[in-house]
Design a protein around this ligand. Structure first.
Ligand SMILES: C[S@@+](CC[C@H](N)C(=O)[O-])C[C@H]1O[C@@H](n2cnc3c(N)ncnc32)[C@H](O)[C@@H]1O
Length: 373
């Protein structure tokens, strides 16, 4: 009979072979029962709930739990929209292994995790560092309660809190390391404040077009500096409230503003919007920019839509550009291409951030003194 320990060992071997698992984390992955933290999950293909408590589903459940897959464990439906959005999951083990490796913890260090979720990652941290050194926060009190019970089953009693992880947990600061398992558009100032000088943050700093892990080190009382990796996180957003899947309460973001429309031609090939490198730099210039897809018109060709957070938008059909809203968005896109060209079209792993407590983030190429803009 295959035991969970056999399955955990096989998965751990796979992570080690992929080169994403530092030797210091091997025992934690082999010894931590992921099935305790994921008693059920929503199957990706059809959304069916697969439960370990159902004899008929047990084999499928166990195989998934000990596979290198992210498993959705909670969803929310939004009134008026017939889609269930994931609001919590157990992250892909290889991504967890990679982030924990990047965290570069040493014995005795104190870690704050943002996004407790199932509690599995907190369990890995407890195994490696001892529960007394682990603090974790989730916006959803029900998730925190469930994670607390599961962790207690393994004998771990880390400090768990329900609340907005953007604010951290000041009462237990400072931390040597911060790991965020939900995505942020920029590093919240509280994380910098609550980190020890010399400490590190591993997070997914992303927009709607591209996602990248970043490792920052706190350089002085109010600044952390770090580099983007060529590794996406694709984490769900750090949300404003429990129960809603959105970053901002109850909304997808701004509606299109149809005032002040204009039409012009462009020499810029819109295919550049498919380039992952350009998508990354465009969202540095225009955080919150979205590419919702194409729009079909009865009496004309499909047009590619690009949308900004202030309601500005542009539709592109070949070299024809139709724009509306407070700003001309295509000019912003042309400007981002010009800046990218000026730097020789660097890939995203040549970019870094200088994040400050009291100033907007500064992005740079290759070194902090070579400003992106
Ligand atoms: C990918 S899951 C975390 C996975 C988790 N680390 C695990 O091992 O199961 C992301 C989590 O972030 C949480 N989250 C979202 N917004 C948050 C916020 N503002 N503060 C704290 N947690 C938040 C979600 O509720 C969700 O449980």
């Amino acid at each position: 009979m295959t035991t969970w320990q056999d399955r955990a060992r096989t998965l751990t071997d796979q992570l080690a072979a992929e080169g994403v698992l530092a030797p210091g984390w091997r025992e934690a992955f082999e010894s931590t029962p992921r099935h305790v933290f994921v008693p059920e999950f929503y199957r990706r293909d059809d959304g069916a709930l697969i439960s370990g408590a159902d004899r008929a589903q047990r084999d499928e459940w166990l195989a998934a739990v000990y596979s290198d897959d992210s498993l959705t464990t909670q969803r929310a439906t939004v009134p008026g929209i017939d889609i269930a959005w994931p609001t919590s999951s157990s992250t892909m083990p290889s991504l967890m292994a990679r982030m924990l490796t990047l965290l570069d913890v040493q014995d005795g260090q104190r870690v704050m995790e943002i996004g407790t979720g199932t509690g599995y990652n907190a369990a890995l941290l407890c195994y490696r560092l001892g529960a007394a050194n682990v603090t974790s926060i989730d916006i959803d009190p029900a998730l925190v309660d469930a994670a607390r019970d599961r962790l207690a089953e393994l004998g771990y009693r880390p400090h768990l809190t329900a609340g907005d992880g953007a604010l951290g947990i000041p009462a237990l600061a400072p931390y040597d390391r911060i790991i965020a398992t939900c995505a942020v558009p920029e590093v919240p100032p509280a994380w910098i404040t609550q980190l020890r000088i010399g400490g590190s943050i591993v997070a997914d700093v992303r927009g709607e077009l591209a996602s990248s892990l970043v490792v920052l080190h706190k350089a002085n009382a109010d600044t952390a500096v770090g580099a983007f990796l060529d590794v996406p996180g694709h984490f769900m957003w750090l949300r404003a409230e429990a129960g809603s899947p959105f970053r901002t309460p109850g909304t997808f973001g701004a509606q299109l503003d149809h005032s002040s429309t204009s039409t012009r031609t462009t020499t810029l090939d819109p295919a550049i919007l498919d380039d992952p490198g350009f998508r990354f730099v465009l969202q540095l210039d225009e955080p919150g920019i979205k590419l919702p897809g194409t729009i079909s018109y009865d009496n004309g060709p499909d047009r590619l839509l690009v949308q900004a957070e202030d309601g500005s938008w542009v539709e592109i059909d070949g070299n024809t550009v139709v724009e509306g809203g407070p700003r001309r968005l295509w000019a912003v896109i042309e400007g981002a291409v010009a800046t990218w060209d000026k730097h020789g079209r660097p890939a995203r792993d040549r970019f870094g951030i200088t994040a400050s407590i009291n100033q907007p983030a500064r992005y740079w190429v290759d070194s902090p003194d070579n400003d992106w803009r």
